[in-house]
Ligand binder design. Structure first.
Ligand code: GRF
Length: 198
């Protein structure tokens, strides 16, 4: 299964996927890493010899024009699956429609709780005893697509956004690696795109 990963940040989830895919027994390969800015995580692609590309959001006058260029890059790559892993941009409906349901996203909360760009901060602010991590199919809402995997994670007294996010990320990575594996083996059928028991 060929996978293109899109990031905006440190790419720690990307790195975990690169490391998993480094094992010949893992049934998926990362074929490219794209970013909407000069993301630190692109260094992981370089380290693993995976092509990286940047479509700088700030150089485009509209989200649609930015997404058209991103779409052209993805059309060239023709990945079997697109993984959004810390991409801090909403994809326009046209791009989602072009690739649906072969776009999945990792989110650091127990969706549908705390969707959006600040899931960790919002959970902390809500004072909930537990939050979670989720892997979903991207649809044209904000973190509203079918849930493929998710797991509860405790919020501990004294947690900051950083300490909580650092507890969530390893769970996200494990869920992501498992979901990509299950998509590659056909255990998850994205066309049916709903939670499929492990
Ligand atoms: C991850 O928690 C992801 O779910 C969220 O942003 C974070 C990105 O972290 N959207 P990294 O760039 O993979 O380290």
């Amino acid at each position: 299964l060929s996978v293109a990963v899109l990031i905006s940040g440190t790419g720690s989830n990307l790195r975990a996927l690169l490391e998993a895919a480094n094992d010949p027994a893992y049934p998926a390969r990362v074929v490219a890493v794209g970013a909407d800015r000069d993301a630190a995580g692109l260094a992981h692609a370089d380290e693993f010899g995976i092509p990286g590309f940047v479509v700088p959001f700030r150089e485009y006058t509209s989200r649609e024009e930015w997404a058209e260029e991103l779409g052209r890059r993805l059309d060239e790559l023709q990945p079997d699956l697109i993984v959004l892993s810390g991409l801090m941009r909403l994809l326009p409906a046209a791009l989602v429609a072009r690739w649906q349901p072969r776009i999945i996203n990792t989110h650091p909360a127990f969706l549908p709780e705390f969707p959006g760009a600040h899931g960790v901060r919002d959970a902390l602010a809500a004072g909930v005893p537990e939050t979670g991590a989720s892997v979903i199919v991207v649809d044209d809402g904000v973190d509203t697509g079918p849930i493929l995997a998710q797991e509860r994670i405790p919020v501990l007294p004294g947690d900051t956004e950083e300490t909580l996010h650092d507890r969530i990320k390893p769970v996200e990575r494990r869920l992501l690696i498992d979901v990509v594996r299950r998509i590659a083996t056909g255990d998850i059928d994205l066309a049916r795109s709903s939670r499929q028991p492990a």
